[in-house]
Design a protein. Structure first.
Length: 476
């Protein structure tokens, strides 16, 4: 609550969205408290040592084309630690072989049927089906009005095989979801928008692709990196943001209640047997959807109902380290695996190839294997040793390594990724409208507009704008 004329803003959740919100409040005339229920801050961002290499346990990179993440990193003093990916080309491991992704594609949706045919990812029948798009009338702009699944929209244009073997692996790597459930509008928003101005889906993809990168040395220009990371690991970002924010950040402070009061908001912290109460003029809820729904059940019931409808998928990352001399040479950053191939590993990243600075830390080659899609309950119930052994066996089959790993780590993210299923965009609009109707309340995080770091930071900026506008209006 206001002390000496200074309003109090409480941020619930110390993931990157909550911490970014606290940071963006640093220049405002407010007092900021961040409450995190777990013993540590950072949410899905953390790092630990594997065979002498500082390896991220959650997100390892951020998209460079979105400015929000890099701007935050620079603002908190880590700009000099930014490093671009050394290699970004990936492969599809399907039908027993590593096959290249089409060079001209957007999230697996190809722009050129001839290039698609050359990859060998899709059968001859599948390529013929994709070519047939030109002969079919363009669909109505239903993607801009009535949401449909990725499979329904793209499959109707290019065939389901393109979805199963190209689009689904890429989306699965981002959302751990399934294309038959995921919203076309929410997960492929730029493409959904582009379809409204093009007769074909391949034409829409072409419109989104950047011009060819200049050759090395041309006019001294360097290609813009696709992904960037930190030499210290992305896991170092939360602590840096928390420190730079100047906020009072409390861990092991579970918020169990949120009520509107005559003067603002009251939060209940801790156990029912020994509760603590904290008063605030404004509150930003930056937690996953389920805990946000519980907190808002009384204060914003319509928003709580919408949040409760957002499902989450669990996944795990199996990190394997091999002696560098034992691992076959790799030119790609990793590979993706279609769900239709029925394998445990959905993606593998050759981390010490993708991020050359890691290779200098120890004479090992480190691979991150991603396991778990929406609905994969049985796989994730296996114990760590079994899961690591399965991942190692599939990696060996894909790349031909025969030597055993020298270190392994299994990191589990239970309920870690929100599913942007059909109807997500409209659901989020309803949630935000219901929250906006409550003065001094805002939401932020991965449940809304994107699961990557830049998208989460953008929601934090929007939430701060919302609560500071309210506080300014209240001051008159």
């Amino acid at each position: 609550m206001t002390v000496d004329g200074t309003p109090h803003v409480v941020v619930v959740g110390a993931g990157i969205a909550g911490l970014a919100a606290a940071f963006f409040l640093r220049d405002e005339a407010v007092r900021v408290t961040v409450l995190e229920g777990s013993p540590r801050l950072g949410g899905k961002l953390s790092a630990s040592d594997v065979a002498g290499v500082a390896m991220d346990e959650g997100a390892e990179a951020l998209l460079a084309r979105r400015p929000e993440g890099i701007e935050l990193i620079t603002a908190v003093g880590l700009g000099n630690d930014l490093v671009p990916a050394g290699v970004t080309s990936s492969a599809i491991y399907t039908r027993g072989a590593l096959r290249p992704l089409p060079r001209r594609q957007f999230m697996g949706v190809p722009a050129d049927a001839d290039e698609l045919a050359a990859t060998g990812v899709i059968s001859a029948e599948g390529v013929a089906r994709a070519r047939d798009e030109q002969a079919r009338p363009a669909p109505a702009a239903e993607a801009a009005v009535d949401d449909v699944s990725v499979t329904e929209y793209i499959g109707s244009r290019l065939g389901v095989e393109v979805v199963d073997r190209l689009v689904d692996p890429l989306l699965g790597g981002v959302y751990a979801g399934r294309s038959e459930d995921l919203s076309f509008r929410a997960t492929l928003a730029p493409l959904a928008a582009a379809t409204r101005g093009h007769a074909t889906l391949t034409g829409a993809v072409t419109s989104l692709l950047p011009p060819p990168a200049p050759a090395a040395g041309d006019n001294g220009n360097k290609p813009t990196p696709v992904f960037v990371s930190l030499t210290t690991g992305i896991g170092a970002l939360p602590e840096a943001v928390a420190k730079a924010s100047g906020a009072d950040v409390r861990t092991s402070a579970m918020v169990r209640g949120l009520k509107r009061t005559a003067a603002g908001w009251r939060l209940t912290i801790g156990s029912a047997a020994d509760p603590e109460y904290l008063d605030a003029d404004a509150v930003i809820v930056a937690t996953p959807a389920a805990p946000a729904a519980r907190l808002l059940r009384e204060a914003a019931s319509e928003a709580a109902g919408g949040l409760a409808e957002i499902p989450y998928a669990s996944m795990a990352i199996v990190t394997l380290a091999f002696r560098a001399v034992d691992f076959p040479a790799q030119r790609r950053s990793g590979y993706l695996v279609p769900a239709v191939d029925g394998r445990v590993v959905k993606a593998a990243t050759f981390s010490t190839v993708k991020w050359p600075h890691l290779a200098a830390q120890a004479p090992v080659h480190v691979v991150r294997c991603s396991v778990g899609r929406s609905g994969d309950v049985a796989i994730l119930q296996r114990d760590d040793e079994d899961l690591a052994a399965l991942a190692a066996a599939e990696l060996a089959e894909a790349v031909g390594i025969t030597a055993p790993s020298v270190a392994r780590r299994v990191t589990r993210w239970g309920g870690g990724l929100p599913q942007y299923n059909v109807g997500h965009v409209d659901r989020v609009a309803r949630i935000r409208a219901a929250v906006a109707a409550q003065p001094g309340l805002a939401v932020a995080g991965a449940a809304y507009d994107g699961v990557g770091i830049p998208a989460c930071v953008a929601t934090a900026r929007s939430a701060v704008t919302q609560v500071t506008a309210y506080l300014a209006a209240r001051r008159g």
